[in-house]
Design a protein around this ligand. Structure first.
Ligand SMILES: C[S@@+](CC[C@H](N)C(=O)[O-])C[C@H]1O[C@@H](n2cnc3c(N)ncnc32)[C@H](O)[C@@H]1O
Length: 318
């Protein structure tokens, strides 16, 4: 554990970073007036899979950030967010422009940390996007953090990356930490998609948060593709390798339906990710498939978020 001097130096490190970042058009937050059960921020927002899941259970998004122009367009036509609450590059976000919130969500890109392990403390994560998440957690102290990444993060750099993330969250930021590899297909949609979910609570006297139990499939690939598909649960939607031959080991978007090879369309991909039927994908087919490959599966996020709220509210009423 850190001593007081270490804690102080970490806080001043964050303040330095904040003071040096440029905030662009973002304005200082004002209090939100709408009635919501809780507020959340959506970092590395993509097309807003977290946003849909959390709004479904009474959350209000008060801030988001996403750097990709095309993903931002998709986000803006599907979600209500004002331009001054929708930042681009997280590294340029000054925490004083981020409203207070209950839940911080982030499906962040996986990057290598310092090879020197955790010996250099925060220097290990400086310059990575996880550092910017940690910086905002330190400044805003949300009640809960909910992070998502590929399951490979557990093995990345011989486990050093995951170990560092866990240590930063627990020892430096003072949150509890729970993690589990969760599959989209465990929450009703026919897509494998194993993802590492990490949840932490600022105040966690109980210390026994559990991830939700799996539910039965609501549909199969045959339902989505409108014919007899050779697979019940589909491949994980990905960003690269689209259009490989069906027998290629990299194939993820071709299926055998009624004996004929069929390529997955963006609207079918949306269903596999659990998005609502009215969701719009305005960009090109290539961009749309990339955005879907980057996205979270909405039902899996929603099930975990519901469990978080149950745990939090039970906890608070004690
Ligand atoms: C794994 S995806 C997250 C997708 C999102 N959770 C969803 O449901 O669609 C990571 C996202 O981080 C964005 N990103 C990468 N670097 C960023 C940065 N410096 N600032 C903000 N967003 C960034 C990428 O453009 C990408 O959309």
């Amino acid at each position: 554990m850190q001593n007081t001097a270490q804690k102080l130096s970490i806080n001043s490190l964050y303040q330095d970073i904040d003071a040096n970042t440029k905030s662009g058009t973002l304005k200082k937050p004002t209090r939100t007036t709408t009635q919501s059960r809780f507020t959340f921020i959506d970092l590395f927002a993509g097309i807003g899979g977290f946003h849909i899941a959390l709004k479904n259970i009474g959350g209000e998004c008060t801030f988001a950030c996403e750097i990709d122009k095309s993903a931002r367009e998709t986000y803006k036509i599907n979600h209500t967010i004002s331009e001054d609450r929708f930042a681009e590059d997280i590294t340029k976000v000054d925490s004083c422009h981020v409203p207070d919130h209950d839940l911080l969500c982030a499906g962040f890109p996986c990057q290598p940390f310092s090879q020197a392990g955790f010996k250099k403390g925060f220097d290990d994560i400086r310059g990575t996007l996880f550092f910017d998440i940690a910086r905002l957690i330190a400044a805003k102290k949300p009640k809960v953090i909910f992070l998502e990444n590929v399951q490979h993060l557990l093995k990345h750099d011989d486990g050093q990356t995951f170990k560092t993330i866990r240590q930063v969250i627990t020892e430096h930021l003072g949150y509890s930490f729970y993690h589990k590899v969760v599959r989209a297909s465990d929450f009703g949609v026919p897509q494998n998609r194993p993802r590492l979910f990490m949840v932490g609570f600022k105040e966690d006297k109980k210390g026994h948060f559990t991830f939700p139990p799996p539910v039965a499939l609501h549909m199969t690939m045959s339902d989505i593709l409108g014919g007899q598909c050779s697979k019940t649960i589909g491949y994980t939607l990905r960003v690269g390798g689209r259009g490989s031959k069906i027998d290629d080991r990299r194939n993820w978007d071709s299926y055998l339906v009624d004996g004929t090879v069929r390529r997955l369309s963006p609207s079918e991909g949306l269903i596999m990710q659990g998005f609502p039927a009215h969701f719009k994908l305005p960009s090109s087919q290539t961009q749309a498939m990339k955005q879907l490959g980057n996205s979270v599966a909405v039902p899996a996020i929603q099930a975990v978020a519901e469990q978080i709220l149950r745990y939090l509210y039970d906890h608070e009423s004690e």
